[in-house]
Design a protein around this ligand. Structure first.
Ligand SMILES: [Zn+2]
Length: 243
């Protein structure tokens, strides 16, 4: 599992009823999962940018839960016989995000590693934007999946895909990143005198998807990642937060 409350908030309840179940994650996500306050996952922008996510609407478990086992890329889960499942380290959405591949059936279980154009509602409309954090890691993960003969894609929030649907899902995941790059660059050129991260989020959100306006708050993670990337490339210089 990875460091999102919807994926690990129920772990204490699982351990209550099944104490021998082994909980596994990558070392890079372990601390975030074992922190029941989620401060470092969702609220690292609170101090400087007045952004973050409260507990409202989030899966919340007030009890911490220890992970039993760390997995890393290239580990193998042996099911028996000749049926082995390689573990893939696929960062971007979280630093320690893992996927599992069933080569016998060409099926990848990718959870939230790739996210097409955003998260859907139950009715199939767009709920909110993709929530990757590290842009280059996310793009490398998309490429990694494309370089493997995956036919069936089983994700964390999206309907299962097969064959052309899998290719399309991966292509759209990249398309969203590229769309953010181009919309963000234009917005920054139009606001040369300075702009806050919050203004960027609400300024370009409607150009990135037709989710409701209050859901633009979920863009903070991807946009912070894009801004950091522009900064690393020397295109953009951050200033201290306003007093
Ligand atoms: Zn997630």
């Amino acid at each position: 599992m990875h460091a999102d409350s919807g994926h690990h908030g129920g772990l204490p309840a699982i351990k209550d009823v099944s104490p021998t179940t082994l909980l596994a994650t990558h070392s890079a996500d372990r601390k975030l999962i074992e922190d029941p306050e989620y401060q470092h996952r969702y609220n690292f922008l609170a101090h400087d940018h007045e952004l973050g996510l409260g507990r409202e609407g989030m899966v919340y478990s007030p009890r911490s839960c220890k992970i039993d086992l760390e997995l890393a890329g290239e580990d193998i889960i042996e099911l028996g016989g000749d049926w082995d499942l390689p573990v893939w380290h696929v960062p971007g959405h979280s630093d320690g995000h893992l996927a599992i591949y069933d080569g016998k059936n060409h099926a990848a279980f990718t959870s939230d590693a790739v996210q097409t154009l955003g998260y859907p509602t139950i009715s199939g409309k767009m709920a909110f934007a993709p929530t990757y954090f590290a842009v280059d890691g996310y793009l490398a993960t998309i490429r990694f999946f494309e370089n493997h003969p995956i036919e069936y894609l089983f994700t964390g929030h999206w309907p299962a895909e097969c064959k052309e649907g899998t290719k399309d899902f991966l292509a759209k995941s990249r398309e969203f990143v590229e769309r953010v790059d181009s919309v963000l660059m234009k917005f920054m050129k139009d606001h040369f005198d300075g702009v806050t991260l919050k203004e960027v989020i609400y300024g370009i959100g409607p150009k990135l998807g037709d989710w409701s306006l209050d859901m633009n708050v979920f863009l903070q993670f991807a946009l912070y990642g894009h801004m950091e990337r522009l900064e690393q490339r020397g295109i953009f210089a951050p200033q201290s937060p306003r007093p």
